[in-house]
Design a binder for this molecule. Structure first.
Ligand code: FES
Length: 102
């Protein structure tokens, strides 16, 4: 599948994140000072929705047990999370955010 238009960039201010559904995927979009990133919105520890947690720079903290991931790579960076998140390619075109979940 190709890139899908999923949001206006202005609706996701820097320092915030947003949940979107793309096809059958629950996706979290993060607008960081490093750029815009997308990962699965399902914590790999116990399936909590990460976009309900806290974004600190490029690190998202899960609201359930406080595990953390680097949103740029999906890497688990704080216990109890050890399995990385799936990441998805992101493009910004004409103020719109596009994501490819395939
Ligand atoms: S469900 Fe996310 S850290 Fe446990």
């Amino acid at each position: 599948m190709a890139m899908e238009k999923i949001a206006k960039l202005e609706d996701i201010p820097e320092g915030t994140m947003q949940h979107v559904e793309v096809g059958l995927e629950d996706v979290a979009i993060y607008h960081t000072s490093d750029g815009v990133y997308a990962t699965s919105d399902v914590c790999t520890h116990a399936s909590e929705q990460l976009s309900r947690g806290r974004l600190d720079g490029c690190i998202v903290a899960c609201p359930k047990h406080g595990g953390k991931f680097d949103v740029r790579t999906g890497a688990a960076v704080a216990f109890p999370c050890v399995i990385p998140l799936q990441t998805f390619p992101v493009e910004i075109r004409d103020g719109m955010v596009y994501v490819d979940v395939d």
